[in-house]
Ligand binder design. Structure first.
Ligand code: PGA
Length: 257
């Protein structure tokens, strides 16, 4: 794992956005794996600014999002599709036909998962997967469990995760759907590169376990240790429990460079 530690979350977001913009410059038809949640908000804001000043061109890019709730449609304020439309898709020059999303309203959710997994393969796989991490170590909606399902699948959400998502459901966790569809850890680990962002002291414990801990389905993020090209972008609070020296190749200077 390559770890970069930043003094501020703004520095972190700029670095993450730069990584995406550079990929698009090098490979205009790159396949991006995207995440929602609070963590990447500032990264998407940076990407909007990069697009506005001509530093990022999405016109040939393809996107796949990690996950979506079951039972709400794309216009629902709590849907991840709506989040992405507002924070990125409607604001940059992505071709709508190249935006891929899990449909939580599909009549056959199992078939929807198979369709999604195939669509990723048909587009040649994901070049760069952006990830946040749950305070319980979840990745996408791969929650801690005795077993993890490798490919895209239907999941029951933990109460903590439903609480974490309550804001977009009128602040009421009971209105957050019980189920979601999510790429599996196998889907995520097939990405050619992974960029995990974590900010704040709430994430310090799971970041520490993801970096040093045993591989365990109880902390889905621990499986990222097996990937050849994972970069962790952390602010100082999220990195607080990491020990010096960091893994070879990591950087912890103030600028994150
Ligand atoms: P957050 O969620 O970015 O809102 O903290 C991260 C996650 O649950 O993956």
């Amino acid at each position: 794992m390559h770890i970069r530690i930043f003094d501020t979350s703004d520095d972190l977001a700029r670095a993450a956005a730069q990584r995406v913009a550079e990929l698009l410059q090098r490979t205009p038809n790159a396949v991006l794996g995207l995440a929602t949640g609070r963590t990447p908000l500032e990264t998407y804001a940076e990407l909007r600014r990069s697009y506005a000043r001509g530093a990022a061109d999405f016109s040939h890019a393809t996107t796949f999002n990690l996950d979506e709730f079951v039972g709400i449609d794309r216009t629902h304020p709590g849907s991840f599709r709506r989040y992405m439309d507002m924070k990125l898709f409607d604001e940059v020059n992505l071709d709508l036909s190249r935006i891929h999303f899990l449909d939580g309203m599909a009549s056959d959710l199992g078939a929807e998962c198979v369709r999604y997994e195939r669509a990723i393969e048909d587009r040649g796989g994901i070049d760069l997967q952006l990830l946040g991490i749950g305070a319980n170590g979840h990745i996408g909606f791969n929650e801690p469990a005795d077993e993890l399902i490798a490919s895209t699948h239907r999941v029951m959400l933990h109460e903590t995760t439903r609480r974490d998502n309550a804001a977009q459901f009128g602040g009421d966790p009971t209105r957050v759907p019980h189920e979601a569809l999510s790429m599996g850890m196998g889907t995520i680990l097939k990405a050619r590169a992974v960029l995990l962002l974590a900010m704040g002291s709430r994430k310090a414990h799971c970041v520490e376990r993801a970096v040093y801990g045993p591989l365990t389905t109880r902390l889905p993020a621990s499986f990222l240790q097996t990937h050849r090209a994972v970069e962790l972008l952390l602010d100082r609070q999220a990195a607080a429990l990491l020990r010096e020296p960091l893994p070879t190749g990591s950087v912890s200077s103030g600028s994150g460079r």
